[in-house]
Design a protein around this ligand. Sequence first.
Ligand code: SAM
Length: 278
Amino acid sequence: MSFSAEWLALREPFDRQARHPGVLQRVAAALSGRPAVTIVDLACGTGSTLRALSPHLPMRQSWRLFDNDLSLLARVPPAANLHLQPLDLVIDLEAALDGPVDLVTTSALLDLVSDSWLERFVTEVAARRLPIYASLTYDGRVEFAPADRHDLAVIAAVNSHQRRDKGFGPALGPLAPRTAAEHLEKVGYAVELGDADWLLHESDLAMQEAMLAGWAVAASETGEISDEAVGGWLVNRRAALMAKRSTIRVGHVDLFASPADARRADRSQSNSTSSPSR
Ligand SMILES: C[S@@+](CC[C@H](N)C(=O)[O-])C[C@H]1O[C@@H](n2cnc3c(N)ncnc32)[C@H](O)[C@@H]1O
């Protein structure tokens, strides 16, 4: 499945606004006090996670960014501390995680992957005792105002479309946040979750229009709802949008997970730094 640079640019400000501040703070706290950190960002797109997270981390950062789409990688602004690598996560996930790494990040990826790929990812990350920051995973909640009588049926169809294969096997779609937490807890990780919903306001015309058009196509592709119903829904939603009366909330979840021994090390480090008398 491919994602256009234009789409990633359109969504980035909404992603940035949506990121759960408490989860972001936990990521920063887990790495604070280290002189330098190395971060691996999986499915980086044009570098949205790098831009959102780097101001919260220690000064000396080294980033390794992976994506299988060269045209997106080519749009990551160059910097001395960045290493960009084209890589297919279905084939070479393990290679992306090898070497010295302090944190694994990804955003807007986990809803695209299958349960078996997610299990493999958790196994590999746990084998290396690496903390994970997985942000902006879609969780299936969508709320519209004003309401339309077809909202629920359209989003139900969209959510079943989300479960189609996106290149990793049958996708988890809206089940991804809960499934990720369950797999991580099973390997002894402490998991913190926080809602990271997009809030699309009346004036966010381009983003709302893109979402409505995408949802209409996806819903009709499932055949679970008639084209007539989807068409009527789109006309009504666009009318509300043009009248500057439409708002949409799209549910996402941010996750930070860390292995038990990392948490113990964090605690002892913060004890020794917070009490100068020791
Ligand atoms: C929804 S976009 C998110 C991009 C970026 N993380 C962001 O938040 O803007 C999903 C990303 O996954 C990448 N991707 C999809 N399948 C992949 C695969 N098999 N291997 C590596 N990257 C993949 C796409 O190229 C795209 O950049």
